[in-house]
Design a protein around this ligand. Structure first.
Ligand code: ADP
Ligand code: ZN
Length: 739
């Protein structure tokens, strides 16, 4: 018997080779390890994807070298990586980077080293006294170190004793103390302290939800995933917190996924504060961590030091052992779907992982995705409803302003009724949020005379106008140029920006409410690292009266003094070419209205729209999720859209429009041969985003009852269809965006 590693060379597509493991490498090689192996006359680097025992019936070449010390991947995560490669049609190597992030696998990011001091010998009382007379600082340092059995960070000793660097070095030369470099974990929250909070007594629906989760934790193998449908402010987070507490009591660990956008300091603080006594055991994973911080957090989890992990999408792969519960908050959020290969959905991976572990899984939302809602309706998930806000505060009143009738008072963008309402709230010293729907939203530069719009030269989209910089930018490819002074088509100097940018709303609001303190928050104004947080803090301290923003401010923020929320343009989400547009609009209106009236005073929400009778707006107005879901599911069912059918979207792109189209047509033709049962394949069509970053884009969409069967069919067909070198194919299984 010999041990064989199956190695997948980097950049070699999907094929793996077998290699013998030399005796001296046994124990250092497991799945995930990076190794150097011979292929023909070359040596290449690859990743071990499997280790097996085999009869020595054939000659295998041996692994040449193990690169770095790679921590071994948990077997369940490896299984997930394989599943991802299979289901989402990506190379196993790409799937492996999910479970073993770059920061962990490359040897170049190492632990941070910090100078530590340790005492080397004993000192008698009279010896110390003599030193104190001659060199009081040195005696001070010795005094501190004599009380410590471990090495202490030098910076701490220096600030406590007042000793300088020179003093420390003299003492080391004397042979009294030892200076060493100790690797320490970087803790992004290390400098903060959290006031501990205690569990709150549950109300009835909280208790019911909690008990379902507890039951699932005690018997995870038999439990179904739990969908918690709770309105904003119904106390879901409190249920999560106490469920985590229970998991810890059972000696298990907990994983909490939140959308990147709501992974705010406020959210993290809430978890850290509840488990203040175990602060060092809470790991946070988000995209703003440096490589070093990411590596440290990963090792903290992998080594078993962390028992709670909070993070965005990729945290679903956190190497936690012994999981008790996984919580996916705001499970409907599209940011759980990765938009580049591997195009996995973190919520779906979480459900899969919970089944493999097994552990309890909780999906929570005020507006569940129709996929999850459908699963609850069919009994695949267990539903727990939390219909009321905590302490029975009423949902805010939603007023729909029909822009076709009222007009948005000239240039002000705000209907008179909304302007009046803001005025009266400000008079009472209350706060206001004005919200702009950014999706499909244009701040483009359009000529009033001829209608020409400034377009990106590389992409089929209008450029966005940035007034502060006087420039035009493309949000797809990043192209920028100076804003023209006259229309590039007809040379009319009256070219002005159409659409309603946050900047323009800000100007209008400043004109209307000259005494109010106003702040704007969007991706453009929030360039500086901390200004997001600073603006929110200032708003919380009531130093800002009106906050204007995009999606960024719609989520997870809790401001008791906000009594009015205005949605300046509710419809724009309805006009994007996506069968989920109605669902998105409903979600958005519900989330945004959740911001109003979280305190003592009842809140109100104004929705400005050109389509006041669209179902998304009407159901949102009634706070009727179930009604909305029912009619939306009917629509999905009759057109054969998800969740009734699975979908695979294939996008081909090339700088040559002819080759992109030709390949897409050929692919569609081949896909139609031997389709899986019940599946259909559409015709090739230009993508809604027909050109991006100088690439022309064409799409082929498949639908069918089984995602796996579709994926298998697509993989097989693509493997048998060689593509020209300049045509790139992206396969998106269960896409959430269709652009
Ligand atoms: P959600 O996550 O559903 O939006 P939260 O858990 O944030 O709701 O609860 C909203 C507010 O109500 C929080 O300030 C929370 O501390 C408080 N809260 C939660 N549960 C209770 C309860 N049973 N009694 C009183 N207050 C509660
Ligand atoms: Zn562009």
């Amino acid at each position: 018997m010999i041990r064989v590693a199956v190695v997948l060379p980097e950049k070699a597509g999907d094929r793996a080779w077998d290699y013998a493991i030399p005796d001296d490498m046994v124990g250092r090689i497991g799945p995930g390890a990076r190794v150097k192996v011979p292929i023909r006359s070359r040596s290449v680097i690859g990743t071990v994807v499997d280790v097996k025992e085999e009869e020595a019936n054939r000659e295998l070449r041996a692994i040449q070298e193990v690169i770095g010390e790679t921590p071994l991947i948990l077997p369940k995560l490896l299984e997930i990586a394989r599943w991802i490669a299979d289901y989402y049609c990506c190379p196993i190597e790409a799937a492996m980077t999910c479970v073993l992030p770059q920061a962990v696998r490359s040897g170049d990011v190492s632990a941070k080293l910090v100078r530590h001091l340790k005492i080397l010998r004993d000192f008698s009382a009279d010896e110390l006294e003599a030193i104190a007379k001659r060199a009081p600082r040195q005696a001070e340092v010795l005094g501190i170190l004599l009380d410590e059995s471990e090495a202490v960070p030098a910076s701490e000793i220096m600030s406590r004793s007042g000793a300088s660097d020179a003093v420390i070095r003299t003492m080391a030369r004397n042979g009294w103390i030892e200076i060493s470099s100790v690797p320490v974990g970087r803790d992004p929250y290390g400098s903060e302290s959290f006031l501990p909070t205690t569990d709150i007594l549950f109300n009835d629906s909280q208790r019911v939800a909690y008990e379902a989760i507890e039951e699932a934790m005690l018997a995870p193998a038999e439990a179904r995933p739990i969908l918690v449908h709770g309105v904003t402010g119904s106390g879901k987070t409190e249920v999560y917190l106490q469920s985590i507490r229970k998991a810890l009591e059972l000696g298990k660990t907990a994983l909490v996924l939140v959308p990147e956008i709501s992974l705010t300091p406020q959210t993290v603080e809430r978890f850290k504060a509840r488990f203040a006594e175990r602060q060092g055991e809470v790991a946070v994973l988000h995209s703003h961590l440096s490589q070093g911080e990411r590596r440290d957090e990963w090792h903290k989890i992998h080594s078993g030091k962390a028992c709670i992990v909070i993070g965005a999408r990729s945290a679903v792969f956190a190497p936690l052992a012994n999981l008790g519960v996984i919580i996916v908050d705001e499970e409907h959020e599209t940011s759980y779907k990765q938009e580049e290969a591997p195009r996995y959905h973190a919520r779906d991976i979480a459900v899969l992982r919970a089944r493999l572990e097994p552990c309890a899984i909780v999906l929570g939302s005020a507006t569940p995705s129709l996929e999850s809602w459908h699963n609850a309706q069919t009994g695949k998930y267990r539903l727990s409803v939390m219909p009321q806000r905590v302490d029975d505060r009423r949902m805010p009143i939603l007023r729909v302003l029909d822009l076709r009738r009222v007009g948005a008072g000239g240039d002000s963008l705000l209907a008179p009724a909304l302007t009046l309402a803001i005025e009266s709230r400000l008079e009472k010293g209350e706060q206001v949020i004005l919200f702009l729907n950014r999706r499909g939203f244009s701040t483009s530069l359009q000529c009033n005379a001829c209608g020409a719009v400034c377009q990106c030269p590389n992409c089929s989209v209008a450029l966005t106008y940035h007034r502060d910089a006087g420039s035009l930018a493309c949000h797809i490819c990043g192209h920028t140029q100076r804003a023209p002074k006259k229309c590039p088509a007809c040379a009319d100097p009256g070219i002005r920006f159409s659409g309603t940018g946050t900047q323009k709303v800000e100007d209008a609001v400043r004109r209307l409410f000259s005494k109010a303190r106003i702040a704007r928050m969007d991706a453009d104004s929030m360039g500086k690292k901390n200004s997001y947080r600073e603006t929110l803090e200032a708003f919380r301290r009531a130093e800002i009266d009106i906050l204007i923003g995009t999606q960024m401010i719609a989520k997870g923020l809790d401001f008791p003094n906000v009594t009015l929320v205005g949605i300046v343009n509710a419809d724009l989400g309805l006009h994007v070419p996506d069968f989920r547009a109605g669902e998105r609009t409903f979600q958005l209106l519900t989330q945004v209205s959740g911001r109003a009236g979280r305190g003592e005073v009842e809140g109100e929400v104004f929705v400005q729209t050109f389509t006041p009778f669209s179902p998304s707006i009407q159901f949102a107005r009634q706070h009727d999720y179930e009604g909305f879901a029912e009619q939306e599911l009917e629509f999905r069912s009759s057109f054969g859209f998800p969740p009734f059918r699975r979908m695979v979207l294939i996008t081909l792109r090339s700088q040559s429009i002819e080759r992109a189209e030709f390949c897409a047509i050929t692919l569609a033709r081949k896909l139609k041969i031997e389709l899986p049962e019940g599946a259909i394949c559409g015709e090739c069509a230009p993508a809604p985003l027909a050109k991006a970053k100088t690439y022309h884009r064409f799409q082929v969409a498949l639908r069918g009852p089984s995602g796996r069967a579709l994926a298998r069919h697509v993989r097989k067909t693509l493997a048998a269809l060689p593509m020209p070198e300049d045509v790139f194919v992206a396969v998106d299984v269960d896409p959430v965006g269709l652009l």
